[in-house]
Design a protein around this ligand. Sequence first.
Ligand code: SF4
Ligand code: SF4
Length: 228
Amino acid sequence: MELEKRKEILNQIYQIYDDFISKYDLACKKGCAACCTRNVTLTSLEAYGIVEDINQGNKKDLFEALNVESKRKRFLPKVTINKMADLCSREEDLPEEETADPTWGRCPFLSEKTCPIYESRPFECRSFCSYINCEEEGVADIDPFIMSVNNVIRQYIEHIDSYGVTGNLTDMLLHLGENGNTEILRKSNDSVGENLLNNHPASVLMIPPEHREKIQELITTLQNIKLD
Ligand code: SF4
Ligand code: SF4
């Protein structure tokens, strides 16, 4: 499927998620930034929109922040969510992965509690959510059903970017920016960049039994996304 079409589908997924999450009375709001850490991961499809935003908005200094960031410790995923779902469904071992630690530091883009790429921010940033203010309380209070929905949405996004890659925001954007790529097209089973993982289609959705009935309406909405 063409890149433009996939970007359109991604925007529709974001809209479906916004409509879903707006029904919850959460503490999250623009300018609340305790969850903005350097551990954010995303797919290449989400990254194309961010690179466009950076280039069109004359925000190229953000790449300098990423270059500095690339020397710092950050979360580097070892498995994508669709690969994880596949391994779990076959009761196979998952690769060992360090737990993302928020104390490693804040997102390289964060400035005065503001996100300079807010409109194009990836799904992980859109899905930070808590009933209580994490900055004041020191912890988040996350609804388990929202976590299930977040996982399913992540699986759909990876699915429509099956020929792309997943990685930390810093690694992904540096890879795209440095090479001037407008699209990563994987031509073999080799990953296209250091610290980037190959994406996979969703073979099974990770939904706990107690949420399977409740989540069906959202899944139907996702399946009904119009391509024209
Ligand atoms: S997850 Fe916590 S820190 Fe992030 S926006 Fe929500 S309340 Fe604020
Ligand atoms: S990209 Fe923006 S929303 Fe996401 S963690 Fe960084 S500053 Fe926060």
